[in-house]
Design a binder for this molecule. Structure first.
Ligand code: AGP
Length: 610
């Protein structure tokens, strides 16, 4: 999704802005640009379709120099990906602006501005903002007053960075529904969509709240809240080291993140277990009372996080003994609800900034849930700040658009939640002790699965010329099959679908022929006999079956059936184990196909618009 960087300093800022944009590339974008208030007092703008590297080449060929500037990576919503739609947008020679979000009333604002004589050079919803600010500047308002006045007329979501060629000493920022952080330096200040962009220049941050307006000068930051009151927001030190966001020896961030999973899971468990028990307060000090009172759970999330929620439904109902509903956030927000009595509302999100999930949380707050709980990977995210209870996964920054370690650490968090909740309902101490032992064993077990990397890389070759693939699972492995299909489609662009294996005969069996690879998850559980019959249905029709199977499943390789054996595991943690080979498979297929693994086309890491 769009990324913003801005800087006001005593040194030239172009290189800082470019590095910031590079660090935001993981969010996904189609064009990039920057504007610097040049030493001559004129706004210098460079924009391009495509990568930040291309923008850097443009600037190398035609340099800009100045100590105040803003920059942007754009992910098209209104107007095609094109240089003329890339940000910053200018109004006259005076005002430059970058924007993340969507302005819903852009049409009515544009009509008025056309009537006032403004000429539009893009099809974006953003351009109306810069002209509106320009009009206020012309009336003699300061930059910050102009942005305040215009914000009151905007409907929709936005984070803004604005500069005025007539005011070399201020950078103004505003946040309403899209994330924005201020980086605090010494004699210099910065803005960005997230902290990663600014780690090379500072580790001190102020997180703007919704409705905040900020005026940055070189030695001061002033912030007003939505009611116009001057406020102090806390200064926080980031513990994320710049190296954590480096790719290291890996070819792609996704590969690095797949291999980081044993460490990420160990970090997520750290401080959460004591002997053979889950520590009581890991979901917050009020959690015990609320968990005892709870009679149901609703989980809302998007994409990969939604798949983690679907796995959790099996655990919450099967192990903790509470009814559990799961829904995609984009649907949840737009329908009427009958909220079960004494239900908890849980959101799952890697980024904590997914617009649909945030909107669902805000909606749920009016619906009479007992409390809201967020499981999230980003401590300062909106989701974390707006939820009653919080559990942070400690996966570390996830840069690849395809979620991997965030998913498995969410599953770990959800197992911990199952135990913490279940203790007040149907979970006995012996099962808790067994689960805790299994959780502790996870990093080692995942290390073992990762040793299948070369085997899976070889299998990936079978997918290079395929247009379609099917993924099959049953029970809690059905959502893992869904996640495997999502991974494959998002980074290799192969159309992939997941089915609960028992559903094959109700339609998708018609798709099976010798061209169709079918990936099946075969754990050693009570559904094994049923699943084997489903696989026979595929084999009998010539489908090319690849089975990821538990080490002791009685299954023989034959024509049309390839088996990859997984190391010894256990029913209760199987979904985590089985998700790893599917991540590796998607990764290797994408590498062989030569796609942009970390920034697949059309996708964004953090989906901050609806
Ligand atoms: C998965 O690989 C995707 N990146 C996507 O489905 C993602 O999980 C979804 O957009 C939700 O993001 P979140 O966890 O940050 O809320």
């Amino acid at each position: 999704m769009c990324g913003i960087v801005g800087a006001i300093a005593q040194r030239p800022v172009a290189a800082i802005l470019l590095e910031g944009l590079r660090r935001l590339e993981y969010r996904g974008y189609d064009s990039a640009g920057l504007a610097v208030l040049g030493d001559s007092g004129r706004l210098e703008r460079r924009r391009t379709l495509g990568k930040v590297a291309r923008l850097a080449e443009l600037i190398a060929a035609d340099p800009v120099s100045g100590t105040l500037g803003i920059a942007h990576t754009r992910w098209a919503t209104h107007g095609e990906p094109a240089t003329h739609n890339a940000h910053p947008h200018l109004s006259g020679e005076r005002c430059a602006l970058v924007h993340n979000g969507i302005i819903e009333n852009h049409n009515e604002l544009r009509d008025q501005q056309r009537a006032d004589g403004y000429v539009f050079t893009s099809e974006t919803d953003t351009e109306v903002i810069v002209h509106a600010i320009h009009a206020e500047l012309r009336r003699g308002l300061s930059l910050v007053e102009s942005v305040r006045k215009v914000s009151q007329r905007l409907r929709g979501a936005y984070a803004l960075g604005v500069i005025d060629a007539a005011d070399p000493d201020h950078l103004v920022a505003a946040r309403h529904g899209s994330p924005l952080v201020i980086g605090v330096g010494f004699g210099e200040h910065f803005i960005a969509s997230d902290v990663f962009a600014l780690l090379p220049v500072t580790n001190r941050f102020i997180f703007l709240e919704d409705g905040d307006l900020a005026e940055l000068s070189r030695d001061q930051v002033r912030i007003w809240d939505r009611s116009g009151r001057l406020v102090e927001r806390p200064l926080r030190l980031s513990t994320v080291s710049p190296e954590l966001t480096e790719r290291g020896p890996y070819r792609h961030y996704m590969q690095k993140e797949i291999f980081e999973q044993p460490r990420a899971i160990a970090d997520t468990l750290e401080g959460r277990l004591m002997d053979d028990r889950v520590l009581p307060e890991i979901f917050g000090t009020q959690a015990a009372g609320l968990f005892a009172e709870a009679r149901a759970l609703t989980i809302v999330a998007c994409g990969t996080s939604f798949h983690a929620a679907l796995v959790a439904r099996h655990w919450i109902e099967g192990i903790a003994g509470l009814p559990c509903q799961v829904e995609v956030a984009s649907e949840y927000r737009y329908r009427r609800h009958i909220v079960p009595e004494r239900a908890l509302f849980l959101t799952l999100s890697q980024s904590g900034e997914t617009a649909d999930t945030l909107a669902a949380l805000r909606r749920a707050k009016d619906l009479g849930y007992l409390a809201t709980l967020a499981i999230c990977n980003v401590p300062e995210s909106s989701l974390v700040r707006e939820s009653d209870l919080v559990f942070l996964t400690h996966a570390g920054p996830e840069i690849g658009v395809a979620s991997t370690k965030a998913f498995t650490t969410q599953l770990v968090a959800l197992l911990l939640l199952t135990i913490a909740l279940g203790r007040f309902h149907q979970l006995d101490a012996a099962t808790e002790s067994r689960l805790v032992a299994l959780l502790r064993s996870l990093p080692g077990r995942i290390d073992e699965v990762l040793r299948l990397d070369a085997t899976i890389a070889a299998l990936a070759e079978r997918f290079i010329d395929k247009q379609h693939a099917l993924f099959l699972g049953r029970g809690e492995h059905y959502p893992i099959a869904m996640e495997g299909a999502l991974k494959l489609k998002e980074i290799s662009y192969i159309h992939a679908e997941a089915y609960a294996a028992g559903e094959l005969k109700h339609g998708p069996l018609a798709l099976i022929d010798e061209q169709m690879p079918v990936v099946a998850l075969v754990p050693n559980n009570i559904l094994l006999a049923k699943l084997k019959s489903n696989l026979e249905e595929v084999r009998a029709r010539g489908g090319q079956l690849i089975a990821f199977a538990d080490f002791q499943v009685p299954l023989e390789e034959t024509k049309g059936l390839t088996i990859v054996r997984l190391p010894e595991t256990d029913d209760l943690i199987d979904p985590l184990i089985f998700s790893i080979p599917l991540q590796l498979l998607a990764y290797h297929v994408a590498v062989l196909k030569g796609t942009d693994v970390d920034q697949p086309r059309n996708l964004a890491k953090s989906v901050t618009v609806e």
